[in-house]
Every structure is written in structure tokens, then in C-alpha cells.
Ligand binder design. Structure first.
Ligand code: UFG
Length: 328
């Protein structure tokens, strides 16, 4: 298995790379370092490149005899996608179509694709199964749904074999403490709470306390980044074993409100985060909780991290060890 990992210097990408390497596969990380970190790539071959650079992509595929791609390189922030839709359509749709063109032109037809719970919008049923109606409430989710549909068409017409993984809320960090979540600027809940607890940021804003949930704050399904990464390993192996194109949810199946996550993080750190109620953030659905039964049954996936405090503790370990992230 010679695997090209686009976005392999990013948060989920770097954790997945480590797990792919443990299987003995040769991993080539391809990343433009716009949001990724060179220091997050520890032992793999690294190519600094953009998914729009067809020549470099094709050269890399040929040079390293690549037979599959795990595609993380994308913008992924719900809030920002509502303010800068052009960036999201360009990078996530046009960029991914370009990658698919280069792959197919060079005989690579296996792809594991980062999709998202944001494709669903606000389904009436919870936990969410893969087959419910998809009606994204934000631009980010729409760009990923467009690509899922395009890949289904490419699968029928050009023999593409893909597995799309719809991530719920990725969090935590590898126990080694040398890779973790480091976004600039940081917008994700758990790192922001930890930074607030550790006195590294200002007051934490709780975006809305008037949602139809038990305490009025949004409910999400938080899944450890290594459990997400392991699903990519299984998906890739399945494709090499002839698995047909398919789509899977990836979450823990438990929903936590924003306030519950704050309480859990405060318990883990023993510190209190300064916080205030702020207006809702555009594009946020009230509740997103996954059913991951399908990937358990089909690919034998299991989550290792089920306790939210354990998950937060791994993130806390990373933040304490690397107070300035990869820059330190
Ligand atoms: N939140 C706050 N204050 C903050 C940051 C977040 O209240 O300062 C709230 C949000 O409103 C949301 C929840 O915490 O209700 C989680 O927000 P995140 O920004 O951490 O994550 P999102 O749910 O917006 O999005 C994440 C990924 C997406 C992915 C989605 C799937 O960033 O790529 O999970 O559920 F699509």
C-alpha cells in the first residue's frame, strides 16, 4: 500500500498518518501547509504541494507509485464557511474535482474521503443514520455533500472506489502528546475551553442558550481523533479487498451539550473557564448525534475512547505539553 495523504499535516490527517504507518503502508504526505503544520509530519515522506497543482500531484503519484489516496485537504469550519463561501466551494469542490481528475488519469482509483455530519443539516431523527435526508444548514456541509454526489457519479462512470467518512466532532490527541489540535485561529469548542481554563484566551463564548435541547446549548457527538483515524485504516483496507464505494458515519453515539462539555473540561483540569452567553453562530444545527452501527457491522470499527473526560484529558495533555502548539 503506497498511500498519498492530502492534508496529512493537519489535525485529523497527522493522527491518521501515524496509524497508517503502523500497518506497514508507505505514506506520502501532500500538504500546502496553509492550515497544516510541517512539524506534525514526523516520519513520512513529505511533499509541500497544493491540490490545485496537477503537475506536482501527478509527479508525486508516479514517483512514489501511489495506489490510493486519503483526502483530508479541505476547509472545515462551519462558521467561516457562512462568511467566505467562495473559499469553501473553490477549495473543497473545485480542488477535490481536480484531485479526482489527476488520480484517474494516473490509474489511481481508491479514495478515502473526509466528509462530515454537516451534510445532514437538522434531521428529525436522532441518532442519525446514513440514509436520512441530507439538507445541510451551512456552506461547509453543502460542499462536502456536492463532493459525495460527484464521487457516486464518478464511481458509476469511471470506476472510482471510494469510502466517505462522515465525521461528527473530532477531538482529543494522540497519547504521545507530540501531535494534537492546533488551528490558527482556533474556533473549536474543546481546545477553546482548555485554553480558557489555562488562561491562554479570553472569555469563552457559548454560542446560544436558546436551542431546543435540555440546557439550551447545542448537542454534539465528540469522537477521539485516533478512533477517527482507525476508521480510515479499515476503510482503506476494505477498498484494497474489493469493497464497493460506500458512506459511513463516525461518532460515539452520545450527545453532549456545550455546557456539559465545559463542565467535563473543568473537572478534568480542575480549573474554571471564564465564560459568557453569546448569540447563536450562523449555520449551527441544534443536535448532531451519530449512529455508527453501519461501520461497526461492515468494517468492524470500534471506538477505543468512549468516556468524554478521557478524551478531553488527551487534548489537555497535548495543550499542556505544547502551550504554543506546533510553533513551540
Ligand atoms: N461553540 C461555542 N463556543 C465556541 C466554539 C463552539 O459555543 O467558542 C459551540 C458551537 O456553537 C457548537 C459546538 O460548540 O454548538 C461545537 O462547535 P465546534 O466549532 O467545536 O464544532 P462544529 O460542531 O461547529 O463543527 C465540527 C467540525 C466540522 C464538522 C462538525 C460535525 O469543525 O468540520 O463538527 O459535527 F462538520
Amino acid at each position: 500500500m503506497n498511500i498519498l495523504v492530502t492534508g496529512g499535516a493537519g489535525y485529523i490527517g497527522s493522527h491518521t498518518v501515524r496509524l497508517l504507518e503502523k500497518t506497514g503502508g508507505k505514506v506520502v504526505v501532500y500538504d500546502n501547509l496553509v492550515t497544516g503544520h510541517r512539524n506534525a509530519v514526523k516520519s513520512s515522506i513529505f511533499v509541500e504541494g497544493d491540490i490545485f497543482d496537477s503537475t506536482l500531484l501527478a509527479d508525486t503519484i508516479r514517483r512514489y507509485d501511489i495506489s490510493s489516496v486519503v483526502h483530508f485537504a479541505a476547509y472545515s469550519l462551519v462558521g467561516v464557511s457562512m462568511i467566505k463561501p467562495q473559499d469553501y466551494y473553490h477549495n473543497n469542490v473545485v480542488g477535490t474535482l481536480n484531485l479526482l481528475d489527476v488520480m484517474l488519469a494516473n490509474g489511481v482509483n481508491k479514495l478515502v474521503f473526509s466528509s462530515t455530519a454537516a451534510v445532514y443539516g437538522e434531521p428529525e431523527t436522532s441518532p442519525i443514520t446514513e440514509n436520512v435526508l441530507k439538507n445541510p444548514t451551512n456552506v461547509y456541509g453543502r460542499t462536502k455533500l456536492i463532493m459525495e454526489n460527484a464521487m457516486a457519479d464518478y464511481s458509476r462512470s469511471y470506476g472510482l472506489k471510494y469510502i466517505a467518512l462522515r465525521y461528527f466532532n473530532a477531538c482529543g490527541a494522540d497519547a504521545a502528546g507530540d501531535i494534537g489540535e492546533d488551528h490558527q485561529p482556533e474556533t473549536h469548542l474543546i481546545p477553546l475551553i482548555l485554553k480558557a481554563c489555562l488562561g491562554k484566551t479570553d472569555t469563552l463564548k457559548i454560542f446560544g442558550d436558546d436551542y431546543p435541547t435540555k440546557d439550551g446549548t447545542c448537542v454534539r457527538d465528540y469522537i477521539h481523533v485516533n478512533d477517527l483515524g482507525q476508521a480510515h485504516v479499515l476503510a482503506l483496507k476494505a477498498l484494497y479487498n474489493g469493497h464497493e464505494s460506500d458512506v459511513y458515519n463516525l461518532g460515539n453515539g452520545s450527545g453532549f451539550t456545550v455546557k456539559e462539555i465545559i463542565e467535563a473540561a473543568e473537572a478534568v483540569t480542575g480549573l474554571t473557564a471564564p465564560k459568557e452567553i453569546a448569540p447563536r453562530r450562523a449555520g449551527d444545527p441544534a443536535v448532531l448525534v451519530a449512529s455508527s452501527d453501519k461501520i461497526r457491522q461492515d468494517l468492524g470499527w470500534q471506538s477505543e475512547y468512549t468516556d468524554i473526560k478521557n478524551i478531553i484529558d488527551t487534548a489537555c495533555h497535548w495543550h499542556k505539553k505544547n502551550p504554543d502548539g506546533f510553533a513551540g
